[in-house]
Write a protein that binds this ligand. Structure first.
Ligand code: MTE
Length: 315
């Protein structure tokens, strides 16, 4: 996040419903093969049937319109409105995720098969972006641990590395002279973080299949960390014994670390992390600010993962 950019919601009057209609139109107009493909993907293009989970928060959820029009997804451009406006040609189905590295049973998994295999849960999480704004999002997904169990990590595996798809022909931010980041976008977690029950692979939000701009068809959600850890449109997950590189740390190591745990006591070099602007809430004097909580309010669940660790150094 090289600079803070103010919201540009006005640029995009696209409602999520219209996004779906547009995707449908695109597929309808495409070649016969693509139409057959849409048929295959129909089950998951419908509303998800997710079971309620114990993971809820009291905070009011962020309106769907804000969740789907105020996004960071640099593969589609730098402005917050770009992912909603420019992701209409992205084809999220069919989709497979390769899981390899230090595991007993590596494999390439079809996303729709995984959605049938693992119960989809609805979990409302507080989300905190490193840019000092936040949202409250009802995700639909399954624990990353379910997928990791399936491939049986070796005892020597210590970390999990993630990779986003590279498709310049469908992702306008990946082509052209001005390259904002090195592609693919990559991320990583320690294996115990990856296995933590809060860590989710999301395939939907608000009961709908994940919109392209939010990381279709499958993205990571780690609610106690800054939003950039939530890598979108994942194609590869690799178990390793080396700490994986993550795109923002590689881009600017002074400002972004590997851990990225939400911490109001450690400011970003260019701004305070003590409070956050809740997207979608507005008061008389503009958007209301909320105090930022250690581990984004999930300290009871996750602080023990970092016992004895110097959090200022491991930011
Ligand atoms: N994943 C990819 N592949 N590319 C990105 O640019 N941006 C990250 C993260 N995942 C990003 C990404 C950042 S900075 C944030 S805050 C969240 O996605 C935003 O997720 P949302 O748009 O669903 O709120």
């Amino acid at each position: 996040m090289p600079t803070y950019r103010p919201p540009k919601i006005a640029s995009s009057e696209i409602t999520p419903r219209q996004v779906y209609v547009r995707r449908r139109e695109f597929l309808g107009a495409a070649a016969l093969g693509a139409m057959a493909l849409y048929g295959a993907g129909k089950a998951s293009a419908a509303a998800l049937s997710a079971v309620q989970s114990k993971y809820k928060v009291d905070d009011k959820t962020t309106p769907l319109k804000d969740v789907t029009t105020y996004n960071n997804f640099y593969e589609f451009g730098l402005d917050k409105g770009d992912p909603a406006a420019l992701s209409g040609d992205f084809k999220p189905l069919p989709w497979t995720v390769k899981v390899d590295g230090m595991v007993n049973k590596p494999g390439t998994f079809d996303i729709e098969a995984l959605m049938k295999e693992f119960p989809i849960e609805e979990r409302t999480y507080r989300m905190r972006c490193v840019e000092a704004w936040s949202m409250v999002i009802p995700w639909d997904g399954f624990p990353l641990a379910s997928l990791l169990d399936k491939v049986e990590p070796l005892g020597s595996a210590k970390y999990v590395a993630f990779e986003t798809v590279v498709r310049p022909e469908e992702m306008p931010g990946q082509k052209g002279l001005f390259q904002s980041l090195d592609w693919p976008y990559v991320e990583g977690l320690r294996l115990d973080e990856a296995r933590h029950p809060l860590t989710l692979l999301a395939v939907g939000l608000y009961g709908e299949t994940l919109p392209n701009q939010n990381g279709a068809p499958i993205r990571l959600v780690v609610p106690w960390k800054y939003g950039f850890k939530g890598i979108k449109s994942i194609v590869r997950i690799t178990l390793t014994d080396q700490q994986p590189k993550n795109t923002w740390q590689v881009t600017n190591p002074q400002e972004y670390g590997f851990y990225a745990n939400v911490n109001p006591a450690v400011d970003h070099p260019r701004w305070s992390q003590a409070t956050e602007r809740r997207i979608g809430e507005s008061g008389f004097f503009g958007a209301s600010r909320h105090p930022t909580l250690p581990f984004n309010g999930y300290a009871d669940e996750v602080a023990s993962l970092y016992a004895g660790m110097e959090l200022k150094a491991n930011f």
